[in-house]
Design a protein around this ligand. Sequence first.
Ligand code: HEM
Length: 221
Amino acid sequence: MLSLLSDSLSIIILLLLAPLTSAQPGYGQVSKYCAPGTASAPKGICYLQYYISATAPTFRIAIPSDASTNTAFDTILQIVSPASLGWVGFAWGGGMTLNPLTVAWPNGNTGQVTVSSRWSTGRTLPTTYSGATYKTLSQSRNSTHWTVEVVCTGCSKWNGGSVNTQGYGQFAWALSRTAVPQPGSAGSSFSIHNNVGMISESLDSGKNARDVFTGWVNKKP
Ligand code: HEM
Protein backbone atom coordinates (compact mmCIF):
# COMPACT_ATOMS: atom_id res chain seq x y z
CA MET A 1 0.00 0.00 0.00
CA LEU A 2 2.80 2.35 0.98
CA SER A 3 4.73 1.61 -2.18
CA LEU A 4 1.57 2.06 -4.25
CA LEU A 5 1.11 5.44 -2.58
CA SER A 6 4.70 6.50 -3.21
CA ASP A 7 4.43 5.29 -6.83
CA SER A 8 1.37 7.41 -7.40
CA LEU A 9 3.08 10.30 -5.67
CA SER A 10 6.11 10.02 -7.98
CA ILE A 11 3.82 9.93 -11.00
CA ILE A 12 2.01 13.04 -9.80
CA ILE A 13 5.35 14.80 -9.17
CA LEU A 14 6.62 13.79 -12.62
CA LEU A 15 3.43 15.06 -14.23
CA LEU A 16 3.77 18.35 -12.39
CA LEU A 17 7.42 18.72 -13.48
CA ALA A 18 6.83 17.68 -17.10
CA PRO A 19 5.91 21.13 -18.40
CA LEU A 20 9.13 22.53 -16.90
CA THR A 21 11.49 19.91 -18.27
CA SER A 22 10.23 18.93 -21.68
CA ALA A 23 10.76 21.02 -24.79
CA GLN A 24 7.58 22.62 -26.00
CA PRO A 25 7.14 23.36 -29.68
CA GLY A 26 7.87 26.99 -30.32
CA TYR A 27 9.74 27.49 -27.07
CA GLY A 28 13.49 27.36 -26.72
CA GLN A 29 15.54 25.93 -23.91
CA VAL A 30 17.41 28.55 -21.95
CA SER A 31 20.68 27.90 -20.18
CA LYS A 32 23.97 29.48 -19.21
CA TYR A 33 26.75 28.50 -21.60
CA CYS A 34 30.37 29.26 -20.80
CA ALA A 35 33.21 29.16 -23.31
CA PRO A 36 36.61 28.22 -21.90
CA GLY A 37 39.42 30.75 -21.89
CA THR A 38 41.86 31.07 -24.76
CA ALA A 39 45.52 32.07 -24.81
CA SER A 40 44.64 35.72 -25.33
CA ALA A 41 41.39 35.74 -23.27
CA PRO A 42 42.17 33.36 -20.39
CA LYS A 43 38.99 34.04 -18.44
CA GLY A 44 36.58 32.80 -21.13
CA ILE A 45 33.04 34.19 -21.27
CA CYS A 46 29.50 33.15 -20.37
CA TYR A 47 26.38 33.58 -22.49
CA LEU A 48 22.66 33.33 -22.16
CA GLN A 49 22.07 30.39 -24.50
CA TYR A 50 18.79 29.96 -26.36
CA TYR A 51 18.48 26.53 -27.98
CA ILE A 52 15.45 26.01 -30.22
CA SER A 53 15.89 22.60 -31.88
CA ALA A 54 18.40 20.52 -33.83
CA THR A 55 17.12 22.02 -37.09
CA ALA A 56 17.12 25.65 -35.91
CA PRO A 57 19.90 28.02 -34.83
CA THR A 58 21.19 28.35 -31.27
CA PHE A 59 21.76 31.91 -30.07
CA ARG A 60 24.23 32.97 -27.37
CA ILE A 61 24.22 36.50 -25.98
CA ALA A 62 26.78 38.13 -23.69
CA ILE A 63 26.82 41.64 -22.21
CA PRO A 64 28.91 43.48 -19.60
CA SER A 65 27.43 43.13 -16.10
CA ASP A 66 27.61 46.89 -15.49
CA ALA A 67 25.53 47.72 -18.60
CA SER A 68 22.23 49.41 -17.89
CA THR A 69 19.02 49.65 -19.87
CA ASN A 70 18.70 52.49 -22.35
CA THR A 71 22.45 53.05 -22.68
CA ALA A 72 24.86 52.24 -25.47
CA PHE A 73 27.10 49.25 -24.76
CA ASP A 74 28.63 46.55 -26.91
CA THR A 75 26.84 43.20 -27.08
CA ILE A 76 28.18 39.83 -28.17
CA LEU A 77 26.07 37.45 -30.23
CA GLN A 78 27.05 33.96 -31.25
CA ILE A 79 24.96 32.02 -33.76
CA VAL A 80 25.35 28.27 -34.30
CA SER A 81 23.31 27.27 -37.32
CA PRO A 82 22.61 23.95 -38.99
CA ALA A 83 24.31 23.86 -42.42
CA SER A 84 20.89 23.47 -44.03
CA LEU A 85 19.85 27.06 -43.26
CA GLY A 86 20.19 29.81 -45.86
CA TRP A 87 20.03 32.73 -43.45
CA VAL A 88 19.40 33.32 -39.74
CA GLY A 89 18.19 36.52 -38.10
CA PHE A 90 18.21 37.89 -34.57
CA ALA A 91 16.08 40.88 -33.54
CA TRP A 92 17.39 42.89 -30.57
CA GLY A 93 14.01 44.35 -29.62
CA GLY A 94 11.67 41.37 -29.91
CA GLY A 95 10.01 41.73 -33.33
CA MET A 96 10.69 42.20 -36.99
CA THR A 97 10.20 45.95 -37.19
CA LEU A 98 11.85 49.04 -35.71
CA ASN A 99 14.78 47.36 -33.99
CA PRO A 100 18.30 46.31 -35.04
CA LEU A 101 18.38 42.98 -36.89
CA THR A 102 21.51 40.86 -37.10
CA VAL A 103 21.26 38.65 -40.16
CA ALA A 104 23.91 36.02 -40.99
CA TRP A 105 24.45 33.52 -43.78
CA PRO A 106 27.18 31.22 -45.06
CA ASN A 107 29.36 32.93 -47.64
CA GLY A 108 29.28 30.51 -50.56
CA ASN A 109 32.02 27.95 -50.35
CA THR A 110 34.58 30.22 -48.72
CA GLY A 111 34.25 28.79 -45.22
CA GLN A 112 33.21 32.25 -44.02
CA VAL A 113 29.97 33.70 -42.69
CA THR A 114 28.56 37.05 -43.83
CA VAL A 115 26.94 39.26 -41.17
CA SER A 116 24.51 41.96 -42.25
CA SER A 117 23.12 44.84 -40.20
CA ARG A 118 19.44 45.41 -41.04
CA TRP A 119 16.35 47.40 -40.02
CA SER A 120 12.79 47.11 -41.15
CA THR A 121 9.89 49.52 -40.97
CA GLY A 122 7.47 46.91 -42.35
CA ARG A 123 7.22 43.19 -42.92
CA THR A 124 9.22 43.24 -46.14
CA LEU A 125 12.92 42.78 -46.94
CA PRO A 126 14.80 44.75 -44.25
CA THR A 127 17.20 47.41 -45.52
CA THR A 128 20.80 47.79 -44.36
CA TYR A 129 21.19 49.67 -41.08
CA SER A 130 24.22 51.85 -40.38
CA GLY A 131 23.23 52.44 -36.73
CA ALA A 132 24.82 49.12 -35.78
CA THR A 133 28.30 47.92 -36.72
CA TYR A 134 29.86 44.52 -36.26
CA LYS A 135 33.24 43.03 -35.58
CA THR A 136 33.53 39.30 -36.24
CA LEU A 137 35.29 37.51 -33.37
CA SER A 138 35.21 34.06 -34.92
CA GLN A 139 33.54 32.11 -37.67
CA SER A 140 33.65 28.52 -38.75
CA ARG A 141 31.89 26.11 -41.03
CA ASN A 142 31.82 22.36 -41.38
CA SER A 143 29.52 19.83 -43.02
CA THR A 144 26.86 20.07 -40.29
CA HIS A 145 27.00 23.66 -38.95
CA TRP A 146 28.14 27.18 -39.48
CA THR A 147 28.98 29.44 -36.57
CA VAL A 148 29.68 33.11 -36.23
CA GLU A 149 30.39 35.29 -33.22
CA VAL A 150 30.20 39.06 -33.44
CA VAL A 151 30.52 42.13 -31.25
CA CYS A 152 27.78 44.59 -32.08
CA THR A 153 28.15 48.29 -31.45
CA GLY A 154 24.68 49.79 -31.73
CA CYS A 155 22.47 46.80 -30.89
CA SER A 156 21.74 47.82 -27.28
CA LYS A 157 19.98 51.12 -27.97
CA TRP A 158 18.18 52.48 -31.00
CA ASN A 159 15.64 55.07 -32.01
CA GLY A 160 12.60 53.96 -30.02
CA GLY A 161 13.98 51.22 -27.80
CA SER A 162 16.79 49.45 -25.99
CA VAL A 163 17.87 46.09 -24.61
CA ASN A 164 16.52 45.51 -21.11
CA THR A 165 19.44 44.49 -18.89
CA GLN A 166 17.47 44.22 -15.63
CA GLY A 167 14.11 42.51 -16.15
CA TYR A 168 13.12 40.36 -19.07
CA GLY A 169 14.74 41.21 -22.40
CA GLN A 170 12.60 40.83 -25.52
CA PHE A 171 14.33 39.32 -28.54
CA ALA A 172 13.16 37.44 -31.62
CA TRP A 173 14.62 35.18 -34.25
CA ALA A 174 13.96 34.08 -37.81
CA LEU A 175 15.34 31.38 -40.08
CA SER A 176 15.18 30.60 -43.76
CA ARG A 177 16.04 27.42 -45.59
CA THR A 178 16.70 29.32 -48.83
CA ALA A 179 20.26 30.41 -49.64
CA VAL A 180 20.78 34.13 -50.28
CA PRO A 181 21.53 35.13 -53.91
CA GLN A 182 24.76 37.10 -53.26
CA PRO A 183 26.28 35.40 -50.22
CA GLY A 184 29.50 37.41 -50.29
CA SER A 185 27.68 40.72 -49.98
CA ALA A 186 26.24 42.03 -46.71
CA GLY A 187 23.79 44.00 -48.87
CA SER A 188 22.35 40.91 -50.55
CA SER A 189 18.61 40.48 -50.80
CA PHE A 190 17.06 37.34 -49.32
CA SER A 191 13.69 35.68 -49.21
CA ILE A 192 11.20 35.50 -46.35
CA HIS A 193 11.70 33.25 -43.31
CA ASN A 194 10.33 29.75 -42.93
CA ASN A 195 10.08 30.13 -39.18
CA VAL A 196 10.15 32.90 -36.56
CA GLY A 197 9.97 32.98 -32.78
CA MET A 198 10.07 35.28 -29.79
CA ILE A 199 12.43 35.17 -26.85
CA SER A 200 11.58 36.74 -23.51
CA GLU A 201 14.43 36.13 -21.09
CA SER A 202 16.56 37.65 -18.39
CA LEU A 203 20.09 38.35 -19.59
CA ASP A 204 21.54 37.45 -16.19
CA SER A 205 23.31 34.28 -17.41
CA GLY A 206 24.99 36.31 -20.13
CA LYS A 207 26.40 39.00 -17.83
CA ASN A 208 30.17 39.16 -17.51
CA ALA A 209 32.48 41.34 -15.45
CA ARG A 210 33.69 44.25 -17.58
CA ASP A 211 37.29 42.99 -17.79
CA VAL A 212 36.10 39.54 -18.85
CA PHE A 213 33.82 41.01 -21.51
CA THR A 214 36.51 43.35 -22.85
CA GLY A 215 39.05 40.53 -22.80
CA TRP A 216 36.77 38.47 -25.03
CA VAL A 217 36.05 41.37 -27.39
CA ASN A 218 39.80 41.89 -27.82
CA LYS A 219 40.79 38.24 -27.99
CA LYS A 220 42.94 37.15 -30.89
CA PRO A 221 41.38 34.77 -33.42
C1 HEM B 1 12.72 39.22 -47.15
C2 HEM B 1 12.76 39.35 -45.85
C3 HEM B 1 11.56 39.29 -44.95
C4 HEM B 1 10.22 39.33 -45.25
C5 HEM B 1 9.56 39.45 -46.62
C6 HEM B 1 9.49 39.20 -44.00
C7 HEM B 1 8.12 39.21 -43.87
C8 HEM B 1 7.41 38.98 -42.71
C9 HEM B 1 5.97 38.86 -42.60
C10 HEM B 1 5.00 38.97 -43.77
C11 HEM B 1 5.68 38.64 -41.30
C12 HEM B 1 4.30 38.46 -40.68
C13 HEM B 1 3.76 37.09 -40.92
C14 HEM B 1 4.66 36.00 -40.39
O1 HEM B 1 4.81 35.87 -39.16
O2 HEM B 1 5.24 35.25 -41.22
C15 HEM B 1 6.94 38.60 -40.58
C16 HEM B 1 7.05 38.38 -39.24
C17 HEM B 1 8.26 38.34 -38.54
N1 HEM B 1 9.52 38.53 -39.06
FE1 HEM B 1 9.95 38.84 -41.00
N2 HEM B 1 10.39 39.10 -42.96
C18 HEM B 1 11.66 39.16 -43.52
C19 HEM B 1 12.86 39.14 -42.82
C20 HEM B 1 12.99 39.05 -41.46
C21 HEM B 1 14.24 39.11 -40.73
C22 HEM B 1 15.62 39.32 -41.34
C23 HEM B 1 13.96 38.96 -39.43
C24 HEM B 1 15.04 38.99 -38.38
C25 HEM B 1 14.98 38.60 -37.17
C26 HEM B 1 12.51 38.79 -39.31
C27 HEM B 1 11.80 38.58 -38.14
C28 HEM B 1 10.45 38.42 -38.04
C29 HEM B 1 9.74 38.15 -36.80
C30 HEM B 1 10.40 37.97 -35.45
C31 HEM B 1 8.38 38.10 -37.11
C32 HEM B 1 7.20 37.85 -36.14
C33 HEM B 1 6.99 39.02 -35.24
C34 HEM B 1 6.66 40.28 -35.97
O3 HEM B 1 5.75 40.26 -36.82
O4 HEM B 1 7.32 41.28 -35.69
N3 HEM B 1 11.95 38.88 -40.56
N4 HEM B 1 7.96 38.82 -41.45
